[in-house]
Design a protein around this ligand. Structure first.
Ligand code: F6P
Length: 366
């Protein structure tokens, strides 16, 4: 596309996180730096593209956003191809389904390429749009770090920092009151955030979606700690953690049981199980959206800027249908079609699982 000004659309989709604005800045400044280019910011993820809500971003929009949390464009969890990808939702008012509206607005906006910043769902949609003939580039974003194809996504290390600081703070109140403090972290499908923060924060028990937990194993570990004179314990629970009993149920049955549960979330259930089994006093902190808020950690600013610059390179080369990624410690890219529909879970035997066990952390299974 040498010669005429490039017109690049950018959208941010899925849960927000620190680093999104650093990534927007990285893509936009690197693209503008390549010569004639126009940056179109699309509002609220794919929903803004369906509705045609977009505005040109100029240098003033990109100034001072490197350290700004959230996303200046807004985000949504809109899935234009439906939950499973591929079964279209028809928009009766327009007579066009959402993918058709996206393609129409892509053309109306005069875009040469669409850059999408997001997690699993976002990149799956990106792959489907590429297959529909749009030119799409993905950047990996999620605090869960469960995006396949990249060693790490931006947002993750900022969330690890927030969660680790929270765990540090819980140590002082746990020891003052001789309590078991349970902290519930985000991470539905994969437990990367709980694993990293659990180890960094010195959690005594770390419960992950990947390793169904046995309440008796947790109780035994806490009783041993008490017998050794340890007056408090810290239990780190990923919101997607499952008990052994739950892991043997099918998803529908598991959802039914969870809906009928008296506990608002897994952290409260684990605390009740601990109190019942050990007689210890337990308290719960659900860290929630604090893990997605605030200023990006320096690592995420670096990663977002590097990924943004790499996206501009792919655009310059016309190498579309790819997600830029950190692979083997260097910035590269992977085909969107390979990323779509996959989740990056903690593999058995991962070095951090080995390290945790070596330092005596209970992972709920022994
Ligand atoms: O983006 C990932 C995530 O933060 C999960 O860890 C969390 O469970 C979910 O998003 C919350 O989604 P929402 O922002 O739609 O409440």
């Amino acid at each position: 596309m040498a010669g005429r000004a490039l017109s690049i659309g950018i959208l941010t989709s899925g849960g927000d996180c620190p680093g999104l604005n650093a990534a927007i800045r990285g893509v936009a400044k690197a693209t503008l730096g390549m010569g004639e280019a126009r940056i179109v910011g699309i509002a609220d993820g794919y929903r803004g593209l369906i509705e045609g809500r977009a505005r040109e971003l100029g240098p003033r929009d990109l100034s001072g956003i490197l350290t700004l949390g959230g996303t200046i464009l807004g985000a949504s969890r809109e899935k234009p191809f439906g939950e499973r990808g591929g079964d279209f939702k028809t928009d009766a008012d327009e007579g066009m389904d959402k993918p058709e509206l996206i393609k129409a607005n892509y053309r109306k906006l005069g875009l040469d390429c669409l850059v999408v910043l997001g997690g699993n769902g976002t990149q799956t949609t990106a792959a489907l749009l590429q297959a529909e003939g749009l030119e799409v580039i993905g950047l990996p974003k999620t605090i869960d770090n469960d995006l396949w194809g990249t060693d790490v996504s931006f947002g993750f290390h900022s969330a690890v920092g927030v969660a680790t600081e929270a765990i540090d703070r819980l140590h002082s109140t746990a020891s003052s009151h001789n309590r078991v403090m349970v902290i519930e972290l985000m991470g539905h499908k994969a437990g990367w955030l709980a694993l990293y923060a659990g180890i960094a924060g010195g959690g005594d028990v770390v419960l992950l979606p990947e390793i169904p937990y046995d309440p008796a194993a947790i109780a035994g570990h806490l009783r041993r700690r008490a017998a050794e004179g340890k007056s408090f314990s810290i239990v780190v629970v990923a919101e997607g953690a499952l008990s052994l009993a739950e892991s043997r149920l099918d998803k529908k049955e598991r959802r039914r049981l969870r809906a009928a549960s008296p506990f608002p979330s897994i952290g409260y259930r684990v605390a009740a199980e601990i109190e019942e089994a050990t007689g210890a006093e337990a308290r719960v902190t659900v860290l929630g959206y604090l893990q997605r808020g605030g200023v990006p950690a320096p690592y995420d600013r670096l990663l977002a800027t590097s990924l943004g610059a790499a996206a501009a390179d792919l655009i310059r080369r016309g190498d579309f249908g790819r997600m830029v990624a950190l692979r083997g410690g260097t910035i590269g890219s992977v085909a969107l079609a390979e990323v779509a529909g996959k989740t990056r879970k903690i593999p058995d035997g991962h070095e951090l699982l080995v390290a945790a066990r070596r330092v005596g952390t209970c992972l709920g299974d022994a």
